[in-house]
Design a protein around this ligand. Structure first.
Ligand code: HQG
Length: 182
């Protein structure tokens, strides 16, 4: 296996356990979604998925979407966003840029225009700061379509926005009146 594809596999393993199913390897996430690095490496080892500390460092450093962070002491790790389990990322509300973007598949457009964007299985609706990223997110689901989100207007009307450590903007919902097809 090439070093790169090995790191992608480790990233997927980490996403699965740090965002969705920590209990499958006996982990419990602390407030903020953190887990001790030592506990994570021991749990992975105990479940036939040994990861070295230097492999973990490389994944955190080189991951294409900066999906994971160490805390300031380097002793704890978390996924920056994308969780389905109920954890509080302890992010502070922030003022968003005027416009944000959301990529989806063409088959969802009609329902989104009627109902707005909903968070589905995740904690938040995920919004991208640029149209190219949004298009790539949409491509994961099918033929991509991008919505422009009137973020400043939403913010003025009291909707709270958060920004994850890797630059993904998070909101509870986007009602249809703030959506325009790009
Ligand atoms: C759609 C990846 C019909 C929504 C990405 C999306 C992102 C509706 C899907 C992150 C709807 C949920 C999140 C409605 C929303 N009717 N469809 N009313 N409201 N939807 O995967 O935003 O690789 O939970 O458009 O890069 O695609 O995991 O959300 O298509 O940042 O790090 O319901 O996941 O990052 O899909 O992706 P998802 P998403 P990672």
């Amino acid at each position: 296996m090439s070093p790169n594809s090995q790191l992608i596999k480790i990233s997927k393993y980490l996403s699965y356990h740090l965002r969705h199913h920590p209990e499958e390897i006996g982990l419990e996430l602390e407030p903020g979604g953190w887990v001790a690095v030592e506990a994570l490496l021991a749990a992975a080892q105990a479940h036939q998925y040994p990861i070295t500390r230097s492999q973990l460092d490389l994944v955190v450093e080189t991951n294409n979407k900066q999906r994971f962070s160490f805390d300031s002491t380097g002793t704890r790790i978390r996924a920056n966003q994308g969780h389905s389990i109920p954890i509080d990322l302890q992010l502070k509300p922030r003022c968003p840029p005027d416009i944000l973007y959301h990529g989806t598949r063409d088959q969802a457009v009609e329902s989104i225009l009627a109902q707005g964007l909903q968070k589905k299985a995740r904690h938040h609706v995920h919004l991208s700061p640029d149209i190219d990223t949004a298009r790539q997110v949409g491509m994961r689901h099918g033929k991509p379509v991008v919505f422009i989100i009137k973020a400043a207007e939403m913010y003025q009307n009291g909707h709270l926005f958060y920004c994850s450590d890797n630059g993904v903007w998070l909101v509870d919902e986007v009602p249809p009146e703030y959506l325009v097809l790009a």
